[in-house]
Write a protein that binds this ligand. Structure first.
Ligand SMILES: [Zn+2]
Length: 396
């Protein structure tokens, strides 16, 4: 399954319908959750999807607004509740510390509904999306959809409405003409990455620019009174900026990961989980650490697709060791060139480290087991989900 995501340009009328569907479905979601919680708490019974969907005709008699919503969309909402409970029971079974009960959703947080099978049609030529019981919406079809569309999700985001299609792809076995020789990669703050062959991947300018804009937007939020209208407005702006930066970064990571995995079968990084605490730790670094973890995850995912793999090695001492003779030198961060007094090697500090990384034995990074950037999700929602990580850390 591959996901396609496009911006929608709904008319005011359609937008009002979207909003009213979301409000109704949110209510339904919470009601279904309530029923399950009560049943479980009071009598230890778990009510399943079937039992809940059986009640729908009766509920529809009471609630006319539900009649206006496509029946499959309603069912899919109940399925979400079921999924939330399944996850809960799984966590209980695994005896996770925090097997928190599925939570109620507030209306602003309930931001999508899905046509799981039918009720929608895309006219790629006219760039229109026809939705049953809603109408036609203009879609910004930035790239053509290839394959069979399985589901259609309408989603509200900080900057407007989007449609997400889950599309079944024809199995494409990519033929990789990648080198057998592994490549070692040293990640850094100034230069995004240095390869063991001496190539460098520069940080795109928008990294710094975006971070500056984020800080400014964050300051604006904290400068305004809690609960005020102006603060809410600033929060919205911050969310938008946040989303933009995350998208740009993710795009960049995907692009670079693709290039690497097309060229190299085995790609080695230092294990940032081991190293992170050792090197001088400051904010900029911890921020970029998160970025690199995402990059490594995405690269692992892409490598798997291409039949290669990503390995992580213990990176301790990779910058102090001479990559030619093994001699060790003190290498404070300010020294950018590695000069070996023993064998005479003169090399860019980062490349020297990258070669050491390449030479070390590593452990394969399994794309699907990495939890940091939900590569699991990437499988179904390829880019879209990674593009917009949940926004946390500030309140209205
Ligand atoms: Zn040497």
């Amino acid at each position: 399954m591959k996901a396609y995501k496009y911006k929608l340009k709904p008319s005011a009328k359609i937008e009002a319908i979207f909003t009213s569907w979301l409000a109704t479905l949110c209510e339904l979601y919470n009601a279904a959750l309530q029923e399950r919680r009560d049943a479980y708490r009071i009598s230890g019974i778990s009510i399943n999807y079937k039992a809940q969907s059986k009640q729908l005709p009766e509920i529809k008699e009471e609630r006319v607004d539900l009649k206006r919503i496509h029946s499959q969309v309603i069912q899919e909402t109940l399925k979400r509740v079921e999924k939330a409970f399944d996850n809960f029971f799984r966590r209980v079974k695994e005896k996770k510390d925090k097997a928190g009960f599925p939570r109620f959703r507030s209306s602003p947080r309930y931001d999508s509904f899905t046509f799981p099978q039918s009720g929608f049609r895309v006219d790629q030529k006219r760039k229109k999306l026809h939705l049953s019981k809603i109408g036609s919406v203009k879609v910004h079809l930035s790239r053509p959809i290839e394959g069979k569309i399985k589901t259609c999700t309408i989603k509200r985001e900080a900057d407007g409405w989007y449609v997400l299609f889950a599309v079944e792809e024809k199995e494409k076995k990519s033929v990789v003409v990648a080198a057998d020789e592994p490549v070692g990669i040293d990640v850094g703050i100034k230069t995004f990455a240095t390869l063991s062959n001496g190539e460098q991947i520069e940080n795109p300018r928008f990294f710094r620019q975006g971070e500056g804009e984020l800080k400014k937007a964050q300051r604006r939020v904290s400068g305004r009174r809690k609960g005020s209208h102006r603060r809410k407005k600033a929060v919205r702006l911050l969310a938008k900026k946040h989303q933009r930066v995350a998208r740009q970064r993710c795009d960049f990571h995907f692009k670079e990961a693709k290039k690497l995995t097309q060229r190299f079968r085995v790609i080695k990084f230092e294990d940032l989980n081991i190293k992170g605490m050792v090197k001088n730790h400051h904010l900029a670094k911890s921020i970029s650490d998160a970025g690199w973890r995402q990059f490594i995850s995405i690269t692992a995912h892409k490598a798997e697709e291409a039949g290669g793999r990503v390995e992580e090695v213990n990176g301790s001492g990779t910058s102090t060791k001479c990559s030619r003779c093994g001699h060790r030198h003190r290498m404070p961060l300010s020294i950018r060139v590695y000069r070996c007094s023993n064998c005479g090697l003169v090399l860019c500090r980062d490349q020297n480290a990258a070669i050491n990384i390449k030479e070390r034995k590593g452990r394969a990074v399994l794309a699907s087991r990495r939890k940091v950037t939900s590569v699991e999700e990437a499988r179904t929602y390829q880019r879209t989900q990674l593009e917009s990580p949940p926004i946390t850390g500030f309140t209205v």
